[in-house]
Design a protein around this ligand. Structure first.
Ligand code: OAD
Ligand code: ZN
Length: 271
């Protein structure tokens, strides 16, 4: 048993119908084969986020080091394409079906909550499988088949700045309004989608328990949400393989893998 008896009792007592919200980060998808951003072998260990998570940085790397951008796109999307929801994602689906979980506020851009079947997902940092027009903000899906084509084309015909630019332009076309589409994820220094952020705050206004899963809680404004919930009287439960920046703020901490612990929480509530 990973979860001690007294905490099991607290879970039974505190998980009120429709009053639980989950805040998730990269750790929930680690066991789906997606390395966390800041962990060993994570994306930000290999690629400097000041360059690869930044619009100006991406434009300059396209011009000055297109091979490195081609590698980045290929590695980023290959990992996402080969990932599958794990038991932690699936347990959250069950908790929503049982009427206990009212929403998931996620920092993840991997679409795994939606893919596993969760309905009420608030995406703070966007979604890698969507594009957005830089002019009118229209959104469109960039599905797995299109991404596979994009990666195959990069592999086959990439040779220079111009050819990479041509390939990218094909998958991030111009909108009817005249501006170009880009990937719909929040890069460093950009504002979060304000409609999603206000939905998140609204959820936390009604939340009795905030279940935080697999986030280092170092990226703001997402990391403000636990404090906001706590100030409104919510209990904070953290599931993480190691302490986060805000572990001290949490009422209960469960150290371990999300894919083992979230199903155990579900079993406690089912039993
Ligand atoms: P991080 O990579 O910063 O943190 C991942 C957390 O997951 C760490 O606290 C790990 O201890 C924990 N962890 C790792 N494996 C786990 C497992 N199997 N089970 C449970 N916990 C585990 O990821 P985030 O906190 O999500 O921004 O990062 C926040 C944002 O920073 C991301 O959304 C991303 C990044 O820059 C954008 O994409 C815009
Ligand atoms: Zn447009």
């Amino acid at each position: 048993m990973i979860i001690p008896e007294d905490l099991k009792y607290q879970i039974k007592k505190n998980f009120k119908k429709g009053k639980v919200v989950s805040l998730t980060g990269a750790g929930i998808s680690a066991e789906s084969g997606i390395p966390t951003f800041r962990g060993k072998g994570g994306l930000w260990e290999k690629y400097d986020p000041e360059i690869f998570a930044n619009t100006e940085g991406l434009i300059s790397v396209l011009r000055n080091n297109p091979r490195s951008l081609a590698n980045f796109i290929t590695e980023f999307y290959s990992t996402l394409l080969s990932s599958q929801p794990n038991p932690a994602h699936l347990s959250l689906v069950e908790l929503e079906k049982m009427g206990i979980l009212s929403s998931i506020i996620t920092q993840n851009i991997d679409n795994l909550h939606q893919e596993s079947g969760s309905q009420n997902v608030i995406e703070l940092h966007g979604n890698s499988f969507r594009i957005i027009c830089m002019g009118c903000q229209k959104k469109a899906c960039l599905n797995k088949e299109r991404i596979k084509e994009l990666l195959a084309l990069i592999k086959k015909s990439w040779s220079s700045y111009i050819s990479l630019l041509r390939i990218i332009s094909r998958y991030f076309p111009k909108c009817k309004c005249g501006k170009r589409f880009r990937i719909d994820i929040v890069l460093f220094g950009e504002l979060l989608p304000q409609d999603e952020l206000s939905r998140a705050y609204k959820e936390l206004d009604n939340c009795h328990t905030l279940l935080i899963i697999g986030s280092s809680l170092v990226v703001y404004p997402a990391a403000e949400l636990p404090l906001y919930a706590k100030q409104r009287g919510a209990r904070l439960i953290e599931i993480n393989s190691q302490p986060s920046a805000l572990s001290e703020l949490c009422d209960y901490r469960i150290i371990g893998r999300a894919s083992e612990i979230v199903p155990e929480v579900l079993n406690i509530l089912k039993g």
